[in-house]
Design a protein around this ligand. Structure first.
Ligand code: ADP
Ligand code: MG
Length: 358
């Protein structure tokens, strides 16, 4: 068990800045997910924590001790990669015990630790098999087993589920969460998949182009994205974004799109937005069918009943929106529906800076 503290971390390859001043605090026992688009520096950051990349600036500490110059094998960190990299000629038991054998642990201890990890991961029946005799999910579990046998202070996972099919990914997500609940070891998990981040993390760290955009619990990020990037990255289907301005007419404020459609807004600080270009963000599920007079008149382009919910693509003036309704709707393309926003719905961002306006 250990806390990981990263201060002003920097990394460049030649004059290409990969990490630009990353600071991050991972409490002891937390499950922290680093999420961001491909190429934003997630693997680089993880590899620096593991000691596989050198550091150009800043510090990485474990339990308050700076480990910048500590050899990888003395950091007591285990990393699980996307490609499981199992040794094909070794059995599952040999694969899982390999690092302990390298460390010259006694045979009986290795066997006991491998048995325990296999039990936790449901691999006990497969210990004598070879990797090619296992399914993708089982191989991924072996890769985790190889990390577990070492009882490290910190687990690092780099997109460990990316090679699995969709159903298995969902199952393994749950297994990993269970594993964390059982081991209570600090875990830092990297993914480009925001759903994975939302479902697994205690805390999510959203990265873009070598910087941290926002840190928070999953629903904090969902409900209060700090900027347009986080708002667009978190949530599926994605938030709708409309460009325009906030107009004040007497006591009433509304949002005016560039093509002249008026939208209702919840309380906004008038002084902060008047005249400024703003982007109005509305999540698909923040719409409701208006019971009386709808504020928003939308023409349906596409409607998909899924049974549990209804997905709609519709036009409001020249703006296309995606709407997600909990109920069924008897409508077809070309029909007009009246929509309203749920109380408290909507996010307003400064268009130029992308920063959320309170
Ligand atoms: P992510 O894991 O978020 O997809 P990476 O950390 O793998 O991103 O890479 C971040 C950026 O660093 C990418 O643009 C990548 O091309 C670059 N990069 C990674 N390793 C090297 C290297 N050894 N030399 C040069 N550039 C690299
Ligand atoms: Mg990567």
């Amino acid at each position: 068990m250990a806390s990981v503290d990263i201060q002003n971390l920097r990394k460049s390859y030649a004059d290409l800045k990969i990490l630009k001043d990353v600071s991050l605090s991972v409490p002891d026992g937390a499950f922290v997910v680093l999420v961001g688009p491909s190429g934003c520096g997630k693997s680089t950051l993880l590899r620096m924590i593991a000691g596989l990349e050198d550091i150009n600036g800043g510090t990485i500490s474990i339990d308050g001790k700076v480990i910048n110059d500590v050899e990888p094998k003395h950091r007591d960190i285990a990393m699980v990669f996307q490609n499981y990299a199992l040794y094909p000629h070794m059995t599952i038991a040999e694969n899982m015990g390999f690092s302990l054998r390298l460390a010259r642990r006694p045979k009986a201890e290795i066997a006991a630790r491998v048995d325990e990890a296999a039990r936790i991961l449901g691999l006990s029946a497969y210990l004598d098999r070879f990797p090619k005799q296992l399914s993708g999910g089982q191989r991924q579990r072996v890769a985790m087993g190889r990390a577990i046998v070492r009882s490290p202070k910190v687990f690092l996972f780099d997109e460990p589920l990316s090679n699995l099919d969709a159903m298995l990914r969902v199952q393994m997500r749950a297994e990993l969460k269970e594993l964390h609940a059982r081991l209570k070891t600090t875990m830092i998990y990297v993914t480009h998949d925001q759903i994975e981040a939302m479902t697994m993390a205690d805390v999510i760290v959203v990265m873009r182009e070598g910087i941290v955009e926002q840190v928070g619990r999953p629903l904090e990020l969902y409900d209060n994205p700090a900027n347009l990037f986080v708002a667009s990255f978190i949530g599926s289907p994605a938030m709708n974004f409309l460009k325009g301005t906030i107009e004040t007419e007497g006591a009433v404020q509304h949002f005016l799109t560039e093509d002249g459609t008026k939208w209702p807004v919840n309380a906004v600080a008038a002084g902060a937005v008047n005249g400024r270009g703003v982007t109005y963000g509305i999540r698909p599920e923040q719409f409701v069918v208006a019971t009386a007079q709808g504020h928003i008149e939308a023409t349906i382009k596409m409607i998909e009943p899924t049974g549990s919910e209804t997905h709609i693509v519709a036009m409001v003036g020249a703006v296309q929106i995606v709407v997600l309704l909990r109920e069924r709707l008897d409508a077809r393309p070309g029909d007009t529906i009246k929509l309203d926003l749920k109380p408290g719905a909507g996010h307003i961002f400064d268009t130029e800076s992308g920063v959320a306006i309170a």
